[in-house]
Design a protein. Sequence first.
Length: 250
Amino acid sequence: MRNEGEGVMRLPLVPYLVVVMSVALMGVVRHLLDALLGEHHPFILFLVPVFLAAWVGGWKPGSLALILGYVTADFFFTHPRYSIGTNSVENQVGLAFYFFVGCVAILQFDVLRRRTAQLFQANTNLMSREAKALQQVEVSLYRLANIVNSSNDAIIGKDQDSIVTDWNKGAEKLFGYSAEEVMGKHIGVILPLDQRDKWHEILEKVKRGVPVEPFETARLRKDGSRVRNIVGSLTDLGRGPTDRYVLDFP
């Protein structure tokens, strides 16, 4: 039974298999074109395996493809056939062109591969850091939510229309309403009539960004009784002002 390690060890051989197969394929193509081209342009097609190998595996497979392509083209498609070396000036110029273009391509593709790998690694690292940062934010929000929910102070979140969006345990204890009873309702359910004008004035200050000092106020419980001696404060957290009420025992 093959283990995963064997597969990993064989992965570096893939570019060299690409070299052999692509050079062989170009040899077949060049043979099919032999009746048309004869001994002209024997090397040009073998640049394709060089480009492919350099992109897939870097400079080592690219160099192997360059040499193997030269040997194959020179041996099978230049005069004299089936020997290494050519006396044709045309083919000698073509050979120089082949090696020049092949070497430049190998260098360029190798640099491109390295830069691509660096960009990929940098992007991976960035995504990893962002994931960790997001996880830390989520943990912080979870802790903050637990702190708010377990606070003895009454903390009430509202949207811009003063509709209750958050209602912690402290608010349940102080006002007698469960979160389910007030969520989605207007904050006016706990506002006495004689406190509404004052509350609207304070709310307008918060919306304009004017700092509001803690203020003494009164609110209504579910049973209609009045909650006195409480200190209120409002903070705008973006979605809407958040109320905080603390009992002040003189």
